[in-house]
Ligand binder design. Structure first.
Ligand SMILES: Cc1ncc(COP(=O)(O)O)c(C=O)c1O
Length: 448
């Protein structure tokens, strides 16, 4: 699939061809390759505030935000200054450092976790949280939900064919069946499936892991009380409740996804994972939880976990500076921008006759472009998230890109706004929406 564009893309196309020769698919993380929407991925040369500039000199309002981290916008002057100063002091020592302590204290202050351990990626954080859950409970089975992504951990790259509780099959070649034999995948928001799996396997379940509010199948909200139900069910069976906040943490609200329900309802996950915003655009992630559980980690306890660059002083400085700048005013602004853009997108799609749903979780939102005649009133699980008219999103995406707005290149992703999305950036997005909505509308009737 190639997409016509009125903008110059020769340098991006050339780099993509060269990249494809030396890197699989030309990218270092699959979604960047534009596989779901076709066309040439734009190679970005620089970014400032809400704007990206590609190697051909095109400018785009960015609604990807590096897939979540850039809450403050790109190249925030105070973050850059702090990072430059940290780099000048040396990039890594392999010893404990002060920024690690300060960032850990900041995370503990904002969330219900009592202690944290840093890693370099969200994948490592969820992998380590599961190891700790297994070590703490002496049990092996992990329960996850279809459509929730927790990084490319072997045991979590699994899907189940049916909507029933089944042991998982690997979601990719290279993951042995034995790695997922201990993973069970359930439909999201399905309390009956959770009850059934605990009734049948309760004494073998180490943990339930879920995204606090799923964002990796588009935004899919937990039904009211669903996370509380998971926490209570785990507690009743001696299993741990692991809330993955790599995406939602310090992003959906100041207190992450937990700020939307747990902080209000009064329950606390046993373990949590964080990433993205807390690294301020550099590789930093973390897992944390109850002090007694975290005390089981090496060197205090027997569960081994480590990392050469974990808690790296430059990355933790970027994260710390970002979190300190992420004030109530920042969240209020990002929230207002998300409201303006999502409402305008919905109005434009409605005007063009495109059936769609907008789903929100704090400052995060995504838009599902549905099949003609769809009767869905909310997307509640992965199966329903799949009921989209994908050609409509591809056309919408490319019309926006052509007009200078970079949306996520997949229909299953969150649109991320930032504190740097000012009036000029927002108006630029709004101006692009009607034509993009008409381009999406024109795809109905074409094969899905
Ligand atoms: C909820 C969630 N967990 C874990 C991960 C994995 O994080 P990373 O890509 O840093 O390994 C992601 C990445 O998108 C995520 O969204």
């Amino acid at each position: 699939m190639t997409a016509p564009t009125s903008r110059p893309t020769a340098r991006s196309a050339d780099l993509f061809a060269r990249a494809s020769a030396v890197t699989p698919g030309g990218v270092n993380s699959p979604v960047r390759a534009f596989g779901a929407v076709g066309g040439t991925p734009r190679f970005i040369a620089s970014a400032q505030g809400a704007w990206l500039t590609d190697v051909d000199g095109n400018e785009y309002v960015d609604l990807v935000g590096s897939w979540g981290p850039m809450l403050l916008g790109h190249a925030h002057p105070e973050v850059i200054e702090a990072v430059q100063a940290a780099v000048a002091r040396g990039t890594s020592y392999g010893t404990p450092t002060e920024p690690e302590v300060l960032l850990a204290e900041e995370i503990v202050a904002r969330t219900p976790v009592e202690r944290v351990r840093f890693t370099s990626s969200g994948t490592e954080a969820t992998m380590s949280a599961i190891r700790l859950a297994r070590g703490a409970t002496g049990r092996d089975v992990v329960v996850k939900f279809a459509g929730c992504y927790h990084g490319h951990v072997d045991a979590l790259l699994a899907s189940a064919g049916s909507g029933l509780a089944t042991f998982a099959v690997p979601g990719t070649p290279g993951v042995p069946q034995s790695a997922t034999d201990l993973t069970m995948v359930l439909p999201y928001n399905d309390r009956a499936a959770v009850e059934r799996v605990f009734a049948e396997h309760g004494d073998r379940i180490a943990c339930v892991i879920t995204e606090a509010t799923p964002g990796n199948m588009g935004v899919v909200n937990p039904e009211p009380g669903f996370n509380a139900f998971l926490a209570a069910t785990c507690a009743a069976h001696g299993a741990l409740f692991v809330s993955d906040e790599v995406m939602t943490g310090f992003r959906a609200t100041k207190r992450g996804g937990w700020g939307l329900d747990g902080a209000v309802e009064g329950w606390v996950p046993d373990l949590m994972t964080f990433g993205k915003v807390m690294g301020g655009g550099l590789p930093a992630a973390a897992f944390g939880g109850r002090a007694d559980l975290m005390g089981l980690l090496s060197p205090e306890g027997p569960v081994y976990q480590a990392g050469t660059l974990s808690g790296n002083p430059v990355a933790t400085t970027a994260g710390l500076t970002t979190l300190r700048l992420a004030t109530d005013e920042v969240y209020a602004h990002v929230d207002a921008v998300a409201t303006t853009i999502s409402e305008a997108a919905s109005a434009a799609l409605g005007e063009a006759g495109v059936p769609h749903l907008v789903q929100r979780a704090g400052t995060m939102f995504s838009i599902f472009l549905l099949e003609q005649g769809s009767t869905l009133t909310a997307v509640r699980d992965f199966d329903e998230a799949g009921r989209q008219h994908l050609p409509a999103y591809a056309a919408f995406f490319h019309a926006m890109l052509d007009a200078g707005v970079h949306l996520p290149p997949s229909a299953y992703e969150v649109w991320f706004c930032s504190a740097a999305h000012d009036e000029r950036a927002v108006q630029h997005v709004l101006a692009a929406l009607p034509a993009a909505a008409r381009a999406a509308a024109a795809t109905y009737g074409s094969p899905a």
